[in-house]
Ligand binder design. Structure first.
Ligand SMILES: *[C@@H]1O[C@H](CO)[C@@H](O)[C@H](O)[C@H]1NC(C)=O
Ligand SMILES: *[C@@H]1O[C@H](CO)[C@@H](O)[C@H](O)[C@H]1NC(C)=O
Ligand SMILES: *[C@@H]1O[C@H](CO)[C@@H](O)[C@H](O)[C@H]1NC(C)=O
Length: 357
């Protein structure tokens, strides 16, 4: 069975829902949604049956999933802002929070798809754990195994609210992997990258401590685990993206059963679980080609002096660039006048901007 590829309506709903969350109290929100969850969840296209069940039973969770997926998407766009492929795909997959991301075609299993899956799955994990710690979820809060007063093996006591990463990993796996029901090479790839994304959140966690005792002498220390900033997770996954491994699927009797590294001396060597993996080589993303998931770089802003990926040479694929002169003005030389006024001058300059031909 093939589900619709792009869940176009979902973002609209999630945005609508998150709007309600921020607009009023969270509790009131969940009861409102509980009443209408049936209708809303049935209208979201591209949800697998088990995702739909969560949507209906745990509307507060689906809102957090939406926040997490959005967090993943905007991090992806930031990380790739100076690359030819900038995390924008043909066919509005920005809206397909839970469907397959790139258009299904020959290049569907690219390295870029691997990052998209990993960062989205990381975003959902991160958002769920954060919501748990903030007391916004009914079935989780702080990590109970690191409860107040318990001693850690390092001699200090646990205190405060440790992030319940275990719960976040479990929920994210259950929800994000639910869509991968095709049992083909691509769904093995997606699940592998989802896992790598979740692991990145866990790997970048850290321990924070507070000292107690006379004038901060630190005779007693309480510590808690906390999530890192999501930017760190995005950067961590970007390093993994640069070292992503090509894999091929090994077929069982009927369907592919596992992925193995394409280039390895050892036969049937599996990729590590924190590796990002891909099936097909990427196109060069220079020209518009929807079949290959490429928007092309015509009109992209580039840096004339940089020799890096954001530089015009690489970005424009040798086609050259156009120069635009744009005025830019801002407030400057601001002075504080007693009392209580601030006066500024208006400064301006002509700014050059370059875009790919
Ligand atoms: C729930 O989440 C919202 C938005 O992130 C936040 O403003 C609110 O304080 C949270 N509620 C609780 C009980 O922490
Ligand atoms: C990404 O590139 C496309 C054209 O290739 C452009 O239309 C779009 O605005 C860019 N997106 C971002 C977030 O920079
Ligand atoms: C362009 O690249 C150069 C060299 O990498 C850098 O110093 C400069 O800040 C960049 N300019 C812009 C506008 O990003």
């Amino acid at each position: 069975m093939r589900l619709p590829r792009h869940s176009t309506g979902l973002l609209v709903y999630i945005l609508y829902l998150t709007h309600i969350v921020y607009g009023s109290s969270f509790l009131a929100f969940s009861s409102v949604v509980a009443l209408g969850a049936n209708i809303i969840c049935n209208r979201i296209p591209g949800l697998a049956p088990s995702q739909r069940a969560i949507c209906q039973n745990r509307p507060e969770a689906i809102v957090v999933v939406g926040i997490g997926a959005k967090k993943g998407l905007s991090e992806c766009q930031w990380q790739f802002r100076k690359m030819r492929w900038n995390c924008t795909n043909v066919g509005m997959p920005e809206y397909s929070m839970f469907g397959r991301v790139l258009p299904v075609g020959r290049y569907q299993g690219s390295k870029e798809a691997s990052y998209t899956y990993a960062i989205k799955s990381a975003g959902v994990t991160h958002a769920i754990v954060q919501a748990c710690s903030r007391g916004n979820m009914s079935d989780c809060s702080c990590d109970k195994r690191k409860g107040k007063g318990r001693f850690s093996k390092h001699g200090w006591k646990w205190g405060g609210c440790s992030a319940d990463i275990k719960h976040g990993l479990k929920f994210s796996k259950f929800f994000m992997d639910a869509r991968e029901i095709e049992e083909d090479a691509r769904s093995l790839m997606n699940k592998h990258n989802n896992e790598a994304g979740r692991r990145a959140v866990k790997a970048s966690m850290r321990v924070d401590c507070k000292c107690h005792g006379v004038s901060g002498s630190c005779t007693m220390k309480t510590c808690w685990t906390k999530l890192s900033n999501f930017r760190e997770v995005g950067t961590f996954l970007m390093e993994r993206y640069q070292k992503a491994k090509q894999v091929v699927s090994i077929k069982g009797r009927r369907r592919p059963v596992f992925l193995k590294l394409k280039r390895s001396r050892k036969p049937n060597k599996k990729p590590r679980r924190n590796n990002l993996v891909f099936l097909q080589k990427s196109p060069n993303y220079c020209e518009y080609n929807p079949k290959k998931g490429s928007l092309g770089t015509h009109g992209r802003i580039c840096n004339r002096t940089s020799t890096d990926t954001g530089g015009c040479d690489l970005m424009c694929c040798g086609r050259g660039y156009n120069t635009h002169i744009k005025p830019r003005s801002w407030k400057c030389n601001c002075k504080f006048i007693w009392c209580c006024q601030v006066t500024c001058q208006q400064c301006s300059e002509m700014k050059e901007e370059f875009t790919c031909k």
